[in-house]
Design a protein around this ligand. Structure first.
Ligand code: GLP
Length: 250
């Protein structure tokens, strides 16, 4: 596990974007696993700037997103499909047909999950999977649980996640109670994983991810078993990891 400690959000975003751009330059037809949430917004902005400068092209890239709220239409401004269009896809040369987000409106959500697993498998899994992390250590929408769920599945969101994400909605009541999320199996099958985190609110989650026991009660701890994980975070998010004496790159 390589950990980059960056001085602030902008530096974190630039570092993460550079790692993603390097992957695209290495393999122009790579499969990118993409994430939502506020943390990667700056990373996507940096990638858009690189695209505008002609440094990187998404023409041959395929993307697979981690998750989607159950019941939200792609046109809903809090759906993750909308987020991806707004924060990245509409601003770069990716072929819309090559972008994939689980369908939150699927009548048969279980069948949608199974089809999503087959799709990601047919791509040979992500070359690079971008992840944020929830305050409770969730990745994608894999919430703390008594076991790790390998396959893409429908999940009941925890109260902690609902209240954390309420800031994007009119009120907590508007936050969907369920989501479709790529499972731990797909995430771990990615060739490389890039986790971004900023702010003191993520300090405990990051500490557990790096130093804690591997447990489904903090899903991100499974990343300790992946052979190529890069964490890019700011000082505040890494404060407890650094205090524990873990070496970081600066
Ligand atoms: C959501 C997403 C996660 C994301 C998390 C953290 O729950 N499903 O993929 O990592 O939020 O979001 P933020 O980056 O806004 O803290």
């Amino acid at each position: 596990m390589r950990i980059y400690c960056e001085k602030d959000y902008q530096a974190m975003s630039r570092r993460a974007a550079n790692i993603i751009a390097a992957e695209i330059i290495r393999k122009p037809d790579c499969v990118l696993g993409l994430a939502t949430g506020s943390t990667p917004v700056g990373t996507y902005k940096e990638l858009i700037a690189m695209y505008q400068q002609g440094d990187v092209s998404f023409k041959e890239v395929h993307s697979v997103n981690l998750d989607e709220y159950k019941g939200l239409a792609p046109t809903h401004d809090q759906s993750y499909r909308y987020f991806m269009q707004d924060n990245l896809f509409n601003h770069v040369d990716i072929d819309p047909a090559n972008t994939n987000v689980p369908n939150g409106l699927a009548e048969d959500a279980e069948a949608e999950c199974a089809a999503y697993d087959r799709l990601v498998e047919s791509f040979g899994y992500a070359d690079l999977q971008l992840l944020g992390i929830g305050n409770n250590g969730h990745i994608g929408f894999n919430e703390p649980d008594s076991s790790f769920t390998k396959a893409t599945h429908v999940v009941d969101l925890t109260e902690s996640t609902i209240s954390a994400n309420a800031r994007f909605f009119e009120s907590a009541n508007e936050v969907p109670r369920q989501a479709l999320t790529m499972g731990i199996g797909c995430i771990m099958a990615a060739r490389r994983i890039l986790l971004v985190a900023n702010g003191a609110g993520k300090a405990d989650a990051l500490y557990n991810t790096v130093c804690g026991p591997i447990t489904p009660e903090c899903p991100a701890t499974i990343l300790q078993l992946h052979k190529d994980v890069v964490i890019v975070a700011d000082e505040a998010a890494l404060s407890k990891v650094i205090a524990a004496g873990v070496a970081v790159c600066r």
